[in-house]
Ligand binder design. Sequence first.
Ligand code: SAM
Ligand code: SF4
Length: 373
Amino acid sequence: MATYRSVFDAAELRAQFNAAGINTKFMASIWKYVLQNPGCELDEIPDLPSSAYRLLRTKFKPFTSTVHSVFHSTDGVTTKLLIKLQNGAFVEAVIMTYDTRLGKYGGKPRLGGPRSTLCISSQVGCKMGCKFCATGTMGFKNNLTSGEIVEQLVHASLLTNIRNVVFMGMGEPLNNYTALVEAIRVMTGSPFQLSPKRITVSTVGIIHAINKLHGDLPGLNLAVSLHAPVQEIRCQIMPSARAFPLEKLMTALQTYQKNSQQKIFIEYIMLDGMNDEEQHAHQLGKLLETFQVVVNLIPFNPIGSSSQFRTSSDQKVSDFQKILRGTYNIRTTVRKQMGQDISGACGQLVVNLPDKRTRENTSLLTDIEDLRI
Ligand SMILES: C[S@@+](CC[C@H](N)C(=O)[O-])C[C@H]1O[C@@H](n2cnc3c(N)ncnc32)[C@H](O)[C@@H]1O
Ligand code: SF4
């Protein structure tokens, strides 16, 4: 079967247009038309040169991925899209909408609220192998193309008004750097026009990529999955910490902050008895006190009965937060747990076709028209 590139694969489309002598100004109008006419054929797009139609017909598709299924969480705010890629692999994208006007839509959350956030995947699986993460247990399958990354935004935008994008789905975005940069450039350009301030890239701490990030994509938010205040604990739960030691990571973050003049988001999963004691809060406070950061304490989301981890008690989380705030004056928030019942919460994304348990516990929509408003 012939494989096609996504029209949202900007580098490929630009290269092909340049080679054929077609003005690249037509790219944005192609994207706009596809966004407004998601079922269209590329032949229908008006006012393109004939050489562009020939090229599009043979090499490109409006979409290379499809929404296989849509799951609603009973929390009323989380919706997970299971997306099938052209190579047959699946990735997941999660919409969180905080505008939950229930009732009119049969008890389902009404999407389209003003504050929908889309959590996007960058890889099928992940090779970093963090011990607390479901995606990490899959191993690495493949990188997404920039077109496949952008298509997640397009699929979600057809359902609701996406205001923020976070790269916190499956995969390590900085391990797929070229596609990530290309995808974000498309998202921040016409016709999407997302402000870089509304895009957050979350990383386990790939130092060489952090060093390039501000130069390539100024203005976006950087979130770092720190999860431990000392190298020893980090290595126990995140094997990648051996390749990217804490001390060198902090130096890279210092430089990033100096160049970007932006605060950095620090993600810290609260793992019972592992990294949630008072001494850890003080170690973290000392590590971060010279930075402009927001620390986000994340309750651990269960990833299966075999997991060696348990989430910290509310009391421990609250004590930890008090130390960071009170002693070190560090802005510290506690992340809400959402979408657990559809395995749509942080770290629960793993490629799995809808099983019986999931179908029973959630409303599975096979027709995405049900969601469109
Ligand atoms: C799935 S990762 C994807 C982005 C990137 N690879 C990273 O690690 O930052 C997004 C966030 O989910 C967190 N996470 C992973 N497993 C989790 C779990 N079981 N419970 C809560 N958060 C988890 C990660 O540590 C990270 O902060
Ligand atoms: S937490 Fe992020 S880096 Fe670690 S395995 Fe999961 S997706 Fe990969």
